[in-house]
Design a protein. Structure first.
Length: 173
């Protein structure tokens, strides 16, 4: 009888683990395409779980061993060829530009990408600023931009991150 109880307990615990694993909320993806004259590409996935969005992805074709600005922009429009059709940083709260996670920053201010020696940046962070599928901070339908230069986190309203190397429209999965 104890063996049967132990097997039942293991089965219940396993199911509970699966339920916890699959409790992620809505998700979105962005397929970054290079802007005119550039070779930067990549894919980024955004998954909402409670008040946190997990951001995971990879960007290739960056300047090796360099930092690159990374922002959600207000318009999901990459038609201009240079990424400028995405407009400015996504900023529904009217905050000043700043560092992601800092006291004051645009909703679209994300951590800078850090490329390795091969020009590849791997993305893996959590955000409490952005949302997927709900609220004024919803990024679905917005633009995602990778910039040539690092974000200085102080220059208003852009962070002085330079030209746009890659552009994507963030779409719900």
């Amino acid at each position: 009888m104890n063996l049967r109880f132990a097997a039942l307990a293991v089965a219940v615990a396993s199911l509970a683990g699966c339920a916890a694993f699959s409790s992620s909320g809505p998700s979105a993806t962005a397929k970054l395409e290079s802007t005119r004259g550039n070779t930067t590409t990549g894919t980024v996935t955004f998954t909402q779980t409670g008040e946190t969005v997990k951001v995971v992805g990879e960007v290739r074709g960056l300047k090796p061993n360099a930092e690159h600005g990374f922002h959600v922009h207000e318009k999901g429009d990459c038609s201009s060829g240079d990424g400028m059709s995405t407009g400015g940083h996504f900023n529904p709260g009217g905050k000043p530009h700043g560092s992601h996670g800092g006291a004051e920053h645009h909703t679209g201010d994300l951590p800078s990408l850090k490329a390795d020696a091969g020009g590849v940046a791997r993305i893996n962070f959590e955000s409490r600023s952005i949302r997927v599928g709900s609220s004024a901070n919803d990024i679905v339908g917005k633009g995602l931009i990778v910039h040539r230069d690092p974000d200085d986190y102080t220059t208003q309203p852009t962070g002085n991150a330079g030209p746009r190397l890659a552009c994507a429209v963030i779409t719900a999965k």
